[in-house]
Design a protein around this ligand. Structure first.
Ligand code: FEO
Length: 173
């Protein structure tokens, strides 16, 4: 059985993951309308990943015999200033998520809940990858400063990203 403070913390993280999905959906729409179809695709894959994270955490609460708590999902900002601004904000957002995940891991340890700690460690590793991936994109955007043509190459590259469900379920699950 999940302790009350962990139910609260995991429920808040479910909300935060769905907020992330919503934020990336707003960003994807912006990129699409700005003509960066590849970036729009990359951000839409991000929407699918965040939704999978939120659902995975929700299932963890249920599997540990608790009731998830639900709350409003706040409205994401939509005042972006170009593609660099979008990815700067993705990185900024993912750093905040990393902080939240670390806090969740610390709480699980303090509560001696090793199942939750083990569960959240997947996200600790995921955050390292997320931040590194966005850092790579920003490095390429910086290169495009001197050679704007590179932006089109980058956009084509971002268009190749596909969603792979990190937690596929079988009917037996
Ligand atoms: Fe759910 Fe972008 O981490």
């Amino acid at each position: 059985m999940l302790k009350k403070n962990l139910v609260k913390a995991f429920s808040e993280q479910v909300n935060a993951e769905y907020y992330s999905a919503y934020l990336y959906l707003v960003m994807s729409a912006y990129a699409d309308r700005a003509g960066f179809k590849g970036a729009a695709n990359w951000l839409f894959v991000q929407v699918q990943e965040e939704t999978a994270h939120g659902t995975h955490m929700y299932r963890h609460i249920l599997e540990r015999g608790a009731d998830p708590a639900f709350a409003d999902i706040k409205t994401p900002p939509s005042n972006f200033r170009g593609i660099k601004d979008i990815f700067d904000k993705v990185l900024e957002h993912e750093r905040l998520v990393t902080e939240r995940i670390n806090n969740l891991a610390s709480l699980a340890l303090r509560e001696n809940d090793h199942a939750s700690y083990n569960f959240i460690m997947w996200y600790v590793n995921e955050q390292t990858e997320e931040e590194a991936g966005v850092g790579d994109i920003l490095a390429k955007i910086a290169l495009a400063d001197k050679n704007p043509g590179l932006l089109f190459t980058l956009d084509a590259e971002l268009g190749n990203r596909t969603f792979v469900d990190p937690f596929p379920r079988t009917q037996a699950d």
